[in-house]
Design a protein around this ligand. Sequence first.
Ligand SMILES: Cc1cc2nc3c(=O)[nH]c(=O)nc-3n(C[C@H](O)[C@H](O)[C@H](O)COP(=O)(O)OP(=O)(O)OC[C@H]3O[C@@H](n4cnc5c(N)ncnc54)[C@H](O)[C@@H]3O)c2cc1C
Length: 418
Amino acid sequence: MTEPRVIIGASHAGSELAAKLRQLDPSVPVLLLGDEPVLPYQRPPLSKTWLGDPNAAIDPLLIRNAAAYEAAGIAVRPGARVSAIDRAAGRIVLESGESIAYSQLAIATGARARRLALPGAERAEQAPNVHCLRTLADAQRLRPQLEEGARIVVIGGGYIGLELAALSIKRGLKVTVLEAQPRVLSRVTAAQLSAFYEKVHRDAGADVRTGVQVEGFEFASNGSVSGVLWKDAAGGHGCTQAEIVVAGVGVMPNVELAQAAGLTCSHDGIIVDELCRTSDPAIVAAGDCTSRPVPGHTGHFRIESVPNAAEQARTAAATLCGQHQPCHGVPWFWSDQYDLKLQMVGLSRGHDAVAIRGDMAAHAFTAFYLRGGVIIAADAVNRPAEFMLARKWVAAGVRVDPDALADLSVELKRLVAA
Ligand SMILES: Cc1cc2nc3c(=O)[nH]c(=O)nc-3n(C[C@H](O)[C@H](O)[C@H](O)COP(=O)(O)OP(=O)(O)OC[C@H]3O[C@@H](n4cnc5c(N)ncnc54)[C@H](O)[C@@H]3O)c2cc1C
């Protein structure tokens, strides 16, 4: 019997890899192993529609249902955690002790929520009202606590923290966001975008505090956290009372399995090339667990997004099937907060100019990021047509005059043609 192609990690990257492998080469069986107890599901709704709707069911979250995997000839095993890769023997070992031979191996182990490194954090993480938001289990635990009038403290003003803040406001909670950096979204957007999002949240009723370091927690007698202790930039100290605390402080790539198997990893992911090959060219990796080259930028980057997981998965499957389909796509991502549909493309780091086109007050604009006159990234708020154009321009490395870009009297298409 042919040994299966084994994929470790059953989520966006793993399920796409499995489907593509079966499409490209149905002669080899595929085994998809995931440690979560459910079939692969979509994570984005966990901080958006699904979390915001107390009655939303799980089935619509599934990327494919059981029948679709069966029809595609993919064996999926939820609840199967892989504890070791034996490259020399061509086998993986499950936590249960079971050993499985593979013909080829793909790693799609993703990322996990970063833990708070604070005094009292370990005790706080045991508290019934302290949460993170990475998995369906996390969202299922948090959702029933999002009751009207409850006070929620969100630690971290990144996308997930802000999406949670927006839906909590909509559900009538009292929201405080504590962000350690001087502005929200500082890692990924320009200062103008941060100021825009801070204003939108404050106008909606959220108490957004920046430059505030969380220092610890106050506990109630039943073990719940009752308050979050913080220090502000001016050296002032305070405590914000809370019925719910959610830490949205980023993620850590799950690289330990690859590392233990001797594959090259950086501090931020399994190193892969544009064909998704790891340092062992017979093993591929895709998605949030990887650090990959990005066209137009030097070095490797870990891209946390569904489109990236899907694109890398398709490339990785092609590589295993002996085809050459390099991962050259420009990263893109989206975030939904209130009535704002934000779509981002490219990596803005290293930009030397930002041109804002449109009307921030009317919640419809695009921020274009330029380096040396070339568009390297864009954040479009409620501007889907400009986002589509920006995707093409970033991929093509289009050169434009930032003043003309910001001038609404200049038609965008004409600008670039010129
Ligand atoms: C709340 C939330 C909202 C998001 N919103 C957006 C959005 O709006 N747009 C967007 O583009 N992206 C969004 N993302 C990011 C996106 O979900 C990730 O980029 C995507 O899930 C990455 O897919 P992945 O398959 O690489 O990794 P993951 O989704 O992390 O999946 C990896 C899987 O592997 C499993 N695993 C790990 N180790 C093992 C092991 N040893 N054995 C077996 N299984 C293992 C993990 O448990 C997990 O199930 C969001 C993420 C979250 C959490």
